[in-house]
Design a protein around this ligand. Structure first.
Ligand code: ADE
Length: 230
């Protein structure tokens, strides 16, 4: 079994690489992939670069070229649910693309023919996350994550996404990774730690909390790998 662990930005995977027993870098398709070992597990680790296109390419590459049979995503998100504060963790039960819009043809937001508005994450991996959370007494929220090729720093857009998709958090890669994994039949899991509230302070907060929130998420994924390795 080879497990893919991906992020979107260097800050999201550096804390993971720091914890590996060893790794080797392989460059492919204008990106770097790290073939790593951790407590007997074989991993492939990479950051994709920001956005749905790069994330899709990286997820597909980790599966098709590097042979990953499960995928864990670790990173940061903007909060939509008011109860989510900076540093809190949210795991996606299902994900959607908030910027996918062919409503002009009578379809709902987030839908294209032969697709679905939501893609569900793997329940077994979510259960492992729940075990990791209770072992360490960490509060882990489950919810809907909305993905789009936009950094949202606007109350009106945030309200639209909340109302249309009942989303709890927003980011820029998860749903595209979900579509790739679902299409290729690979169990996946998307974890995010809150870096901002997708409001007018979001840009400022993101810059301030990216590193600390990314590390909270990465440390949690290490806890999950500890359980998987047992
Ligand atoms: N990732 C972290 N914060 C975000 C935001 N406000 N919008 C989109 N992606 C994000």
């Amino acid at each position: 079994m080879k497990i893919a662990v991906m992020g979107a930005m260097p800050e999201e995977i550096e804390p993971l690489l720091d914890r590996m027993d060893g790794y080797k870098r392989v460059d492919y398709a204008k990106n770097s992939y790290y073939l790593a070992s951790y407590k007997g597990l074989e991993l492939v680790i990479a950051y994709s670069k920001i956005g749905k296109v790069f994330a899709s390419l990286t997820a597909a590459t980790m599966i098709e070229k590097f042979g990953a049979t499960k995928l864990l995503f670790s990173g940061v998100a903007g909060a939509i649910d008011e109860n989510l504060k900076i540093g809190d963790l949210i795991v996606a039960t299902k994900l959607c693309q908030h910027d996918l819009d062919i409503t002009a043809f009578g379809h709902p937001y987030g839908y294209v023919p032969e697709g679905s508005v939501y893609v569900r994450a793997d329940e077994e991996l979510i259960n492992i996350a729940k075990d990791a959370a209770s072992e360490k007494n960490i509060l882990l929220k489950e919810g809907i994550i909305a993905t789009g090729d936009q950094f949202v720093a606007d109350e009106e857009r945030k309200r639209f996404i909340a109302k249309t998709f009942k989303a709890d958090a927003i980011e820029m890669e998860g749903a595209s990774v979900a579509v790739v994994c679902d299409s290729l039949d690979i169990p996946f899991f998307i974890l995010r730690s809150i870096s901002d509230s997708a409001d007018m302070d979001a840009g400022f907060n993101f810059e301030e909390f990216l590193e600390s929130s990314a590390k909270i998420s990465a440390d949690f994924v290490i806890g999950m790998l500890d359980i998987i390795a047992k």
